[in-house]
Structures are given as C-alpha cells and as structure tokens.
Design a protein around this ligand. Structure first.
Ligand SMILES: [Zn+2]
Ligand SMILES: [Zn+2]
Length: 341
C-alpha cells in the first residue's frame, strides 16, 4: 500500500509503497482509510518536538486523525464488522487499567498513539483496535469527519467538562476562533445556554464565529480584557476556554476569568505566571485539557451527524500529502487539510 513516511526529522515525508499491515491479535481491526487529517502536530513531529516523548523509530507513517471503513477484524471483535464506517479514537487503549475502567482513555497506562508512537493513518490501511472504533452512520463520509478525531474531540472534551459550570445566566469566553476554537463554539452552542463571547485577532474569524453561535465578539487588539469585562458587568467570564495559550493569551485568559470561575487551558506554548495570592483570594481554577475520552468522541459524532458541528475541510489525494503539509505550514489552508487515499 501507499503511505506517507517520515524518514528523517527536519525533512518532508515521502509517499512510498510499504507492506500492508495485517490483523494479528483477536481485537485488531484493519481500517481502509477514507480520510486522514493533517494537523499542526504533524509539523511539530517533523520538527522533532515529539521524538523524545514518543521514542518512535524512523521511518514510520504519520497520521493521527483517521476515519474509514472496516476492512478486516480479529477473531474476538464483536462491536464492528467488515464494511462498517468508523472514526478512530486517537489512542487505542487497554481497557483494563484503572483509567480505562474510569472511562478516562487519555490516561490509559498501556495506550499507543498511531501517527505519533507508531504507524498512523496517512496510508491506504491502518491497523487499530476494536476499542478505538466509533461506529458511524453509513451515510457519513470519512473525509468529512476525520479531523474530529483529534481537533474536534479536544474542543468537545473541554466544553463537555465545563457543562455543569455553564448554566443559564453564565458567560463563557472562547479565546481563538481557529481550527479548534470554531468547533468549541459550536459545541458550546449545542450543549449549553451560556452567553458565548469570542475573542480573536482576525475579524474574519469573528464573523464566522457569529454565524456558528457567538453572541458577542471582541477583537484582540490590546483592550480585549477590558472588552470582556465591559460585556460581563466587570465580573469576567465564568469559564474561559483558551485555545491559544501562548503569546500573552494565557495572562489575558486568567484576567478575564470571574471570581470562582475557571480558566481552561487547551492551546499550548506559553507559560502562566500568576501570583498564588490571586488564585486563592479569588478561588479561580486553572484546568488542563488533553484530547478526550472515547465517549467524548462518540457524543461529538452524534452532533456531527446531526449537522450541529461542522468542519471546513480541503481535501488532497494521498499522493499530494507533501503539498498539504506545506500548505498548512504556510498558512494556506482554510479549515482543515484532509488526505483522501
Ligand atoms: Zn491532530
Ligand atoms: Zn488502559
């Protein structure tokens, strides 16, 4: 089969022929890939940022945002069958450890991360496990939803955790209405009755935000903290979702958070410097978020298949993977780049 292989760090990957993966274990599922998202994380992988954390040997196949059709199943697989349309949770998990038994997939003690820790889905076939498969309506096109497997689930997970905090009368701020943020806005609109304020530098992104659920928008032009305070009677927001969390957004996000409110960190790259006195005296919470659970992905797919969360995509054939990666790196992709084998 064809696959997008990373052969050396700091060099673009290469599309080449590799042996087909085969079902070996009883819970293995072989998926014919219908869509593989191209993500900024792939750029960071090429830049060698993940090499130490993942300990993966080169060459290997990229691709951690995958959906497709079941091609073959192991002898014990019972929840999906050949021909089913599936989207794949990014981390196949063991199902046996304490985190798995709590439904907390991202903290499984024995998980793998195809596309980061081993061969991923930028290929014609991907070997995964039954536990990673979320079965979809057969009318769903894998290329339309693939990126929800990582970008989407991450935004959904943060919003889902905050739902009990966002009862009617509350206010939520979304910082950054890009790839993840625009999914977060749609999830907030679908799951809560909170007032949604969106902060972004880009007026076009704010225009889109208004169309998908934002009640108020604030241009990030230096006076945006005050802008949010003005819209909240001086209190700040009950929950701030920071999809940027670098270049100063992390200070602004905490400053926009109301007393006893919560600052949810989803983006990364910056450093939070906050006097501990400010944290205790106002009882503000700082909450980390990493990808999401299997159930988060299953719930998000209910919204996606009902048309309540949609993703802008631009498709490329698998052979054009390098073009897609270069377009993403150069900021030429609106929405999400998806490889279609
Ligand atoms: Zn990703
Ligand atoms: Zn586990």
């Amino acid at each position: 089969m064809k696959a997008v292989r990373l052969k050396a760090y700091h060099q673009l990957p290469v599309v080449e022929e590799v042996p087909d993966p085969t079902v070996k274990g009883p819970f293995d599922v072989l998926v014919r890939v219908g869509g593989a998202g191209v993500c900024r994380t792939d750029l960071h992988i090429i830049e060698e940022q993940w090499a130490g954390a993942m300990g993966v040997a080169l060459p290997y196949t990229l691709g951690h945002e995958n959906a497709g059709w079941v091609q073959e199943v192991g002898s014990a697989v019972s929840s999906v069958a050949v021909g089913d349309t599936v989207i794949l949770h990014p981390t196949p998990t063991c199902g046996l450890c304490r985190s798995c038994r709590a439904g907390d997939d991202m903290h499984c003690a024995n998980s793998s991360f195809p596309g980061l820790s081993g061969d991923g889905g930028m290929a014609e076939l991907l070997l995964t496990s039954e536990r990673a498969c979320v079965k979809l309506d057969s009318a769903t096109r894998p290329q339309d939803v693939a990126a929800l497997a990582d970008a989407g689930i991450t935004a959904y997970h943060a919003v889902r955790k905050a739902v009990p905090l966002l009862f009617p009368g509350t206010t939520a701020v979304v910082i950054g209405a890009g790839g993840l943020g625009h999914i977060g806005i749609q999830c907030l609109a679908a799951l809560t009755a909170t007032k949604i304020i969106v902060v972004d530098r880009n007026p076009d992104a704010l225009k889109l935000a208004e169309q998908i659920g934002a009640h108020e928008t604030v241009v990030a032009n230096g006076s945006h903290v005050q802008g949010v305070l003005d819209l909240t009677g001086g209190r700040g927001a009950d929950v701030v979702f920071d999809f940027v969390a670098e270049q100063g957004a992390e200070q602004d996000g905490f400053a926009m958070t109301a007393r006893a409110g919560s600052y949810f960190v989803i983006g990364y790259g910056g450093t939070v410097h906050i006097p501990t006195l400010d944290i205790i005296s106002t009882e503000r919470n700082i909450v980390g978020n990493i990808v999401g659970t299997y159930n988060d992905l299953a719930e998000l797919m209910v919204l996606a298949q009902a048309g309540r969360v949609t993703l802008h995509t631009r498709t490329y054939p698998l052979d054009a993977a390098v073009d897609a990666i270069q377009d993403l790196d150069a900021g030429r992709v609106r929405g999400r780049a998806i490889l279609v084998p």
